[in-house]
Design a protein around this ligand. Structure first.
Ligand SMILES: [Zn+2]
Length: 105
């Protein structure tokens, strides 16, 4: 949220005490706008995540076709059985996946 939204909100409710409802729920225009922006961002994020999941599933199928399913594509070690049970499309071990997510964030 841009900082001007915070500033406008703070000025709009000078009497807001600690015991009142959160300022965000009072229905000021800035908050509604921020809400819409945030929902739009969420649906974009969901679309992006679904796309990534689809790619990841394809990748897992490729790995399977190459006989490399269950082997980490980065370090070549075995991806744990528990991890594969939880995430059948996983193509990296926990360590490499964490590193990949940091690099591709
Ligand atoms: Zn690995």
């Amino acid at each position: 949220m841009p900082s001007f939204a915070y500033a406008a909100r703070d000025q709009a409710v000078p009497g807001a005490g600690v015991d009142t409802e959160p300022v965000v729920s009072k229905g000021f225009g800035e908050s509604d706008f921020a809400q819409v922006q945030s929902e739009r961002a969420n649906s974009e994020t969901i679309k992006h995540v679904l796309e990534l999941e689809r790619e990841q599933a394809e990748r897992a199928r490729d790995r399977m076709a190459q006989g490399a399913y269950g082997v980490c594509e980065d370090c070549g070690r075995k991806v744990g059985d528990e991890r594969l049970a939880a995430l059948p499309d996983a193509t990296r071990c926990v360590t490499c996946q964490a590193a990949w997510e940091i690099a591709n964030r």
